[in-house]
Design a protein around this ligand. Sequence first.
Ligand SMILES: [Mn+2]
Length: 335
Amino acid sequence: MSEEFMKILAILKKEKCKRIGIFTHQNADPDSIASAIGLNYLLKNMDSSYNINLYASSMSVVSKKLLMVHKSKFKNTLKEELDAIFLCDTNNPLQIGDIDINPLLEKKIPIFIIDHHSHHDFSLQAAQSIILQISSTAEIITSIFMEKNIQIPKDIATILIAGIVFDSRRFIYLSPSTFTRVQFLIDKGGDYNKVLSLLHTPLSESEKIARLKGAMRTKLHREGSNVFALSYVSTFESSVARALIDLGGSCSIVIAEPSKGEFRISMRCRKEFARHYRINLGDIANKIGSKIGGSGGGHETAAGINVPKSYDLPSNKEECMDHILKLFLDETKKD
Ligand SMILES: [Mn+2]
């Protein structure tokens, strides 16, 4: 990974890029925050003359807690002139949210991607990317620290552990080197116990209600031994989708209508389900997203789609669920 990182530095030098923006996905989670902070440190360590800004259009509650460990400013609007941009923990500019980077893309400045999500065609536009489908982007950043033997401050080590623990869902989704990398961070002073207490967030009342309502409205569809659980809520769709898998679903699809502007669809599945159909939910979300004028992406067993209201989803919720299920099944039945 450090080889690709050195290539990125070489391009920055050749193109004389000093003003750098690191962008992460909307509703930034601990992995995206940790990897953006880690990347910022790595770049500064290589060349202190870089002027780097971090951007996140919105941020989760846990991510805000991480910023108490290592203070970093994430901007939610873009006002600066930039010479190069990084997409960190996303490979799709539509996932950046409300920050409009299109003017930058039109300028054809170098784009770099450091990410672990399933393939999106935008990554073909990157001058250089480091994309590995491992458990977290924080792991990619950690391995660059390891390979380049760069000193890592304790607070950044702690934040990177938080990114890994969060995205691996407390070591359920592992890469072959996850434990080695976490051990490295602990050896550098990263505080695992602090991470556990930072990431511990009891469910809010509204999330509990969303989960229970989501469970009550669940519609089942069976395909052989696989059970699809479909539901709808106004928000907390990913929490509901996870809960439906815990309840026994093989695959869950939860539709939310959080705002006037868009729908969001969250999908989860069991590993055996993904293997059975030889699918990656992230790819399916990407395909359905582009089919319905939105954008989607994710991983093998967890994915999401944002759908603009301009796409006419059936207003009847039952029909809407059937419609999305049909789009999903069409994708699983290809080839
Ligand atoms: Mn991630």
